[in-house]
Structures are given as structure tokens and as C-alpha cells.
Design a binder for this molecule. Structure first.
Ligand SMILES: [Zn+2]
Length: 287
């Protein structure tokens, strides 16, 4: 490298903007092959080491890009969904800002709005990230989280699978999120049943299902009246495009966003749902 040249380290999960093309952010995917090779725990350590080395050297990990947004009409006013990437969403509704699984490798949260409420689906590092939580919280921020996350975080509203309650005027249902077939080499599922939550958030009359890290469980396939669904699609941790299509055809969300999809070819899901006219499949940058 010659003097004055900038070194950019591509961190999986980070969002970058190309110089000269500030409007085209792209995300470096946490590649499945890396995670498979090293395991999630080791990868977490490698990523943390690269991040702190880069920080010490004053190298920016990412430049904040513009995120894609969708505006959804509800009976109680507009719902704005910002697609931060991977499993991270930001929603604005009735003047409140809601985050789901904010992950610090995807954005500079000091430049994003503070959270009125944060939902955490489970305790894995790409969903439950202390750095991101510290950057978006205020004294008033409400956290909704699983029993396992609450053990560590020691704050917030704990919801178990099957529980329901209202948070900031939004009805919240916690659903099971777990693996049926995908397991670690030692035979334990990546996401054991009972640990993780998916959430259905009801805005006005619009029901939004954020599935968390899960497969196409019987509970998911039995869902009714879902307007918008976020279904995860990366291997080996969550679903194949075939499993996402199977679930979607069972509970028929009006709008389907695959998310948390890593390097999975979203074109496969498009092909599987071709000709299905009652599901509006929307592909956003949610690697
Ligand atoms: Zn995940």
C-alpha cells in the first residue's frame, strides 16, 4: 500500500458505500462458509479482533449508507420499515422508533434515531449486541427480550414463547423460533426450542411477523392473518428457500420479506413463488 491510500477491511455484516456512489450501500455478508469452518463462537472472536484492530488503526469499518425503506399503510397511520440488514430492522410508527435485533456490524447507530423500544429475538451475537444496544438506548428505552437474554442484560420485559402483551400501544405476541433439522456437529440444534422468540407486532390492524432464527415449524405454518412476514433464509442456521416457500404457502402472508439470508440466492425463492399472486414477495438488502 502506498501512503495516503485507504485500507478498508471488509467485515462480514458491515455496510459500505463506494466512493462516488454514496447512494449504493452494500453489505458484506457473514459468509456461511466462514461460520461453518470456524463455528459461530470462533467467528465472533475473529470479528471482534478485526474490529478492535481496525478501530485502533483509525480505519473506518463502514461508511453509513442510505438504507432501503418501505412505507406500509395501517388503520392507525403509516408504518415505516427501514431495512438495516441481516436480522436488523428499524420501524417508525405513531412517532415511536422500534428496533429489532440491532447489530453493530451493520450500521453506525450513533447516527440513527434513539430507540423507544427494542425487541431481541435470541442471545446470538448478531441479534443481541451490547454495543448497538448501548448506542440506541435512552433512559426511557423499553427492551423486550427472551429469558436467556434477560439473564445477561438484567433489564427489560421478558417474554416467553406463547406470551402476549401490549408495549407502547402495540400488541406483541412472542412465538417459538427453533430448528427442526439444522444441528451442530454435537447434535444440539443451533436454536433449541424454547429459547428464541419470533414476534408478531400489531400496528393498528396490521400484523407484522418477525420470525427470528427459526425453521418452518408447525407453529409458524399454523399462523393466521399475517399481513407482513420476515422469514430467515440462511444455511445452516435457518431455512432453505424451499422451507421459506413451504411456510409462506401455508400461512399466506400478504407481504413476504426474506431476511437474514446471507449468501442464499433469493432468486430461488422468487422462482418457487412464481405464479403465487396472493403473496407480495419483496426482496430487500437483508443479507
Ligand atoms: Zn442469526
Amino acid at each position: 500500500m502506498s501512503e495516503g491510500e485507504q485500507l478498508t477491511i471488509l467485515i462480514p455484516g458491515s455496510t459500505l458505500s463506494l466512493a462516488g456512489f454514496p447512494d449504493i450501500p452494500f453489505t458484506v455478508a457473514p459468509t456461511n462458509s466462514n461460520f461453518k469452518l470456524f463455528g459461530e463462537q470462533t467467528m465472533e472472536r475473529i470479528l471482534a479482533a478485526i474490529a478492535s484492530a481496525a478501530l485502533l488503526a483509525g480505519i473506518p469499518l463502514f461508511a453509513q449508507g442510505t438504507f432501503e425503506k418501505d412505507l406500509i399503510k395501517t388503520s392507525a397511520g403509516p408504518l415505516e420499515i427501514t431495512f438495516v440488514g441481516h436480522g436488523t430492522l428499524m420501524m417508525k410508527f405513531a412517532g415511536k422508533t422500534i428496533y429489532i435485533d440491532p447489530y453493530s456490524q451493520l450500521a453506525d447507530y450513533t447516527k440513527l434515531p434513539k430507540a423507544d423500544c427494542v425487541f431481541i429475538t435470541h442471545q446470538h451475537f448478531d441479534h443481541f449486541d451490547g454495543k448497538a444496544l448501548a448506542q440506541i438506548r435512552t433512559d426511557q428505552t423499553i427492551f423486550v427480550l427472551t429469558p436467556a437474554c434477560a439473564k445477561e442484560f438484567k433489564k427489560g420485559i421478558v417474554m416467553k414463547n406463547g406470551e402476549a402483551r401490549d408495549v407502547l400501544g402495540v400488541h406483541v405476541e412472542a412465538l417459538p423460533a427453533y430448528n427442526l433439522v439444522a444441528k451442530r456437529p454435537d447434535g444440539t440444534p443451533f436454536h433449541p426450542q424454547g429459547e428464541g422468540n419470533g414476534y408478531i407486532l400489531t400496528f393498528g390492524k396490521t400484523r407484522v411477523y418477525i420470525a427470528g432464527d427459526t425453521e418452518n415449524t408447525p407453529e409458524m405454518k399454523a399462523l393466521k392473518h399475517i399481513d407482513i412476514a420476515f422469514l430467515p433464509m440462511n444455511l445452516p442456521y435457518t431455512m432453505t428457500p424451499e422451507m421459506v416457500a413451504d411456510a409462506a404457502l401455508a400461512f399466506k402472508p400478504k407481504i413476504l420479506y426474506p431476511y437474514h439470508y446471507g449468501e442464499t440466492d433469493t432468486g430461488k425463492l422468487v422462482a418457487l413463488l412464481r405464479g403465487v399472486h396472493d403473496i407480495d414477495l419483496r426482496i430487500r438488502k437483508m443479507k
